[in-house]
Design a protein around this ligand. Structure first.
Ligand code: SAM
Length: 213
């Protein structure tokens, strides 16, 4: 649970079950009922403190967003932001493991997966934990629509190179690659917390878009 330093957090999470859904497996195959519309659903796995997913939800009201984060102590920060922003109707959070997406989403429930500044797990023996490992790609493929996309940003060159190879070996199409996103920053780019931190230090931000065939 990791809430030792935030004793108020559990109560805060319980108070806002309209944002952090307590039983997400109940919505598998029926997310339209949660949002009250059948707009496309984009998920971010490893959403952290929620700056990206909230920014995207405000920028794109016709897309439904779900931020997925493993740790209570982190997701509660995302929840605070979302409550302060008056709980946009097109945004929800799930406090679950991205390795278990198939418990919460049926095939075709998700239209796009975002991965932002995922933990690099640099040791080879931990490769399976990388969110762009072939095991995770198979999970994303299973919950995505046909020809669904993954959009990935990172500051970590090693993880970026690994991800390009992993996606290529999986047979995915690479539609976009940038080795320095902020040189020609797209107008609609929404920065994550980590993106702000690393780009402020002058580090390049790597970005790719890839698609299942
Ligand atoms: N995306 C945010 C950003 O760019 O600022 C946070 C990046 S942080 C380095 C990675 C986050 O992914 C952490 O909050 C971590 O708890 C979460 N995470 C790692 N593995 C996960 C998994 N299997 N399922 C859900 N969240 C995960």
């Amino acid at each position: 649970m990791r809430l030792r330093n935030k004793p108020w957090a559990e109560e805060f999470i319980n108070e806002h079950q309209d944002v952090i859904l307590p039983n997400p497996e109940q919505h598998k195959g029926n997310w339209a009922a949660v949002f009250g519309n059948d707009h496309p659903i984009h998920i971010e796995v490893g959403t952290g403190k929620g700056q990206f997913v909230l920014g995207m939800a405000l920028q794109n009201p016709d897309i439904n967003y779900i931020g997925i984060e493993l740790y209570d102590s982190v997701i509660v920060c995302a929840l605070e932001r979302i409550v302060e922003a008056d709980k946009p109707a097109n945004l929800r959070l799930l406090k679950v493991n991205g390795a278990k997406l198939q418990e919460y989403f049926a095939t075709g429930d998700v239209s796009r997966v975002y991965l932002n500044f995922s933990d690099p797990w640099p040791k080879t023996r931990h490769a399976k934990r990388r969110l762009t490992h072939e095991g995770f790609l198979a999970i994303y493929e299973d919950v995505l629509i046909e020809q669904g996309e993954i959009h990935f940003k990172t500051d970590n060159r090693g993880l970026f190179e690994y991800s390009l190879m992993s996606m290529n070996a999986y047979g995915m199409a690479l539609n976009y690659v940038s080795l320095d996103l902020h040189v020609n920053m797209p107008e609609d780019n929404v920065m994550t917390e980590y993106e702000e931190k690393f780009s402020a230090k002058g580090q390049p931000i790597y970005r790719l878009e890839c698609q299942f065939k």
